[in-house]
Ligand binder design. Structure first.
Ligand code: LMR
Length: 389
């Protein structure tokens, strides 16, 4: 029986990690999977995380089970950073810890399905795992164009909301859109929030890069606006990027609903978690909680996050300027947000960049901007010019 299982292709994005590692060319450039890198190409553990881990080592006296909801101190401590202090609907929001942002999306979508959602509307292109999770949960997917000519396609999202049915939900990226880097403006979010409320359409918001665009507060505008406007929403949150905890898998799902119904809804979340992974891994979430409970560690973390954001802005500036100097238009990517930008390259060009220039990027043409440094941008531009000639 097991022998009848057809082989599945490796996840294309994750496969790049191994391909890049096996490449022996000294000047190789990794623009693949979305991890932050310093100007030296490293992905170090945050100093604030090291501080929290030291504290954890000294104070944690048990690793006994916590339960399917994980570390609720972590879930609560994140709330003011996500929703802001004084968020009016905060008593209608409850949450639970999940294994990374993927676990959060999985749980959010699973809850939506249990509640009767049969179809999910989403902008494309999107993070490839969104479609995989929806397919795995047997949900129908309907798509709209996320962006057109380098800007969000507001007409497309408005039409998608207008066409939504009674058992639809809509999946939206909160900030730092993956893969395009093209985000809704605050005015766009105001319009989207109002349309969602009018239509009674359930939003599933994915906030996986808070702090990597314009800052923790600015990047939360859309999520806060939508959740202040609609009666019910699901939010999938990831700390994998903004705390640099990738392999520790740290995320949370938040549910906003009628206050009296929240315990019943969260009991469904707990049941789904139990059936999927039983309990989320503790270590990274405990470290985040210890940071957020400590003023000095919180300040250190925010400072480290600022440095990441500043570097990515500098890289984007340099990318735009070097592109212009090298005859390749990179200007639009200079002002986009977060880790990603999407280049209009064919699969042949992407393969040629890998084979002939040791430059690794996703098959969609997505680059991880943080993989560029002041030292390799010119090589990158020359290579893109060469494969585009
Ligand atoms: C990415 O898009 O590169 C990241 O979100 C990592 C992942 O899990 O795909």
């Amino acid at each position: 029986m097991l022998a009848d299982l057809p082989a599945q292709p490796a996840d294309a994005l994750l496969a790049l990690i191994k391909l890049y590692a096996a490449d022996e060319r000294a000047d190789k450039i990794d623009l693949g999977v979305g991890v932050y890198r310093t100007g030296q190409g490293e992905t170090p553990v945050f100093g604030a995380i090291k501080g929290a881990e030291k504290k954890l080592y000294e104070t944690q006296d048990s690793k006994a089970y916590l339960g399917p909801e994980g570390d609720m101190g972590f879930v609560e401590a994140l709330k003011p950073h996500i929703f802001g202090t004084g968020f009016a609907a905060i008593d209608r929001i409850d949450g639970m810890q999940t294994p990374g942002g993927t676990g959060a999306v999985r749980l959010a979508v699973g809850l939506a399905k249990k509640a009767g959602i049969t179809r999910v509307i989403m902008g494309t292109p999107s993070w490839p795992n969104h479609a995989q999770i929806l397919k795995d949960l047997d949900l129908e997917v309907v798509t709209f164009n996320h962006a057109k000519d380098g800007a969000v396609d507001m007409n497309a999202v408005k039409a998608a909301i207008a066409d939504a049915g009674a058992t639809d939900a809509i999946l939206l990226h909160g900030c730092c859109h993956n893969p395009t880097g093209i985000d809704y403006s605050n005015d766009d979010w105001d319009a989207i929030a109002a349309l969602l409320a009018d239509k009674g359409l359930l939003p599933i918001l994915d906030l996986a890069y808070q702090g990597l665009g314009d800052g923790m507060e600015a990047d939360a505008y859309g999520v806060r606006k939508v959740m202040a406007t609609v009666p019910e929403a699901l939010l999938a949150y990831s700390c994998d990027k903004n705390f640099g905890l990738y392999r520790d898998r740290v995320g949370a799902v938040y549910v906003m609903a009628d206050k009296d119904q929240l315990p019943a809804i969260m009991s469904n979340g707990a049941a789904l978690a139990r059936a999927n992974w039983s309990m989320p891994p503790d270590h990274g979430a405990a470290a985040v909680r210890l940071i957020l409970e400590d003023e000095a560690l919180t300040a250190q973390w925010l400072d480290e996050l600022d440095q990441m954001r500043t570097r990515m802005r500098q890289v984007r500036d340099k990318l735009a300027a070097a592109g212009t100097a090298g005859g390749v238009d990179m200007v639009p990517y200079g002002t986009q947000n977060g880790l990603f930008a999407m280049l209009p390259l064919s699969s042949e060009q992407i393969l040629a960049l890998r084979n002939d220039h040791a430059i690794y990027m996703a098959g969609s043409g997505r680059i991880n901007v943080a993989g560029l440094t002041m030292g390799n941008i010119d090589k990158f531009i020359d290579a893109v010019a060469a494969v585009s000639a």
